[in-house]
Design a protein. Structure first.
Length: 293
């Protein structure tokens, strides 16, 4: 696990522990586990810990071929008691296949984009949370992971144990991927310039978050800028993120025309998300300077 960043104000630099555990580097140079901003669930009257559950949220569009395997694998992740598929306007049988595989399914009547699907999923999970129990952690995964979806399990532990508010999957190289790193590089540089942290895979969509952290980042950036915007917003608010290696396989975009168009759309949405956050930061700074006079 790569330990990452709470905020730029501490001046900490992330490192990678040789044991795979998250390590931060405090000012005194000693190694210590990071501590999440989200408060831990209250102890039970006898002093025991309350069991915190996990909801898997799968935004999906036209994933009928792989969604059943993804759902079944997600149900096998420890602590998961709810697998929710948000069918974002599919034109195939995604919703029916997912439901038959054991998922709870909600559907958008037309395609509204990943950010809207994530927000819908989180809202449905909130309605199913019980008032006197800790809110479920939210584990977002892609619908095309198939059997490898179970390998997102390592994302849960750092959030469940209070070491992070958000964990992000580090994927191995994907066969057939046709990108040249232009979009990834742009997202990485933007996050670094605005937060002080340099993520390895800033566009990774497999993430586990606390309910508090998710709500702190809403409304989410639209389109393919959702992950970049989510990371910037949370780190600037003092939440802790970590990157965790996960052995996942999904359908990468190739080097054909369809893949090129996809990456162009990604680049546009990342720049829009970053631009909106730079604008917001400038307005906040201007407002603060006026109030200090």
């Amino acid at each position: 696990m790569n330990a990452d960043h709470r905020s730029t104000e501490s001046g900490k630099n992330p490192t990678t522990g040789t044991t795979g555990e998250a390590v931060g580097v405090p000012a005194n140079g000693t190694h210590a586990l990071p501590v999440a901003k989200t408060p831990r669930p209250a102890l039970l009257p006898g002093g025991g810990k309350q069991k915190q559950r996990v909801a898997v949220i799968i935004p999906a569009k036209d994933e009928a071929r792989r969604i059943a395997a993804t759902v079944r694998a997600a149900k096998a992740i420890p602590h998961v008691d709810l697998v929710l598929v948000v069918d974002d306007g599919s034109e195939d049988s995604t919703q029916h296949v997912a439901r038959e595989a054991g998922a709870v399914v909600v559907r958008h009547s037309h395609n509204r984009g990943k950010a809207a699907a994530m927000e819908t999923g989180a809202a449905v999970v909130a309605m199913r949370d019980v008032a006197d129990r800790p809110a479920r952690l939210l584990l977002f995964i892609d619908g095309d992971l198939g059997e490898t979806a179970v390998n997102t399990a390592p994302l849960v532990d750092p959030v469940l144990n209070g070491a992070a508010d958000m964990s992000i999957a580090l994927l191995p190289p994907q066969p057939g991927a046709g990108g040249r790193g232009i979009v990834v590089g742009a997202a990485r540089r933007a996050i670094q310039s605005m937060t002080g942290w340099t993520p390895t895979q800033p566009l990774s969509g497999m993430r586990c978050l606390t309910r508090e952290a998710f709500e702190a980042a809403t409304p989410l950036a639209r389109g393919w800028g959702v992950e970049t915007g989510l990371t910037i917003d949370l780190l600037r608010k003092g939440y802790v993120a970590v990157e965790v290696p996960c052995d996942l396989r999904h359908r990468p975009s190739g080097s054909d025309l369809k893949g090129q168009i996809h990456r162009a759309n990604q680049y546009r949405d990342v720049q829009l998300a970053v631009g909106a956050r730079r604008m917001r930061s400038a307005i906040d700074a201007l407002s603060g300077s006026k109030h200090s006079r």
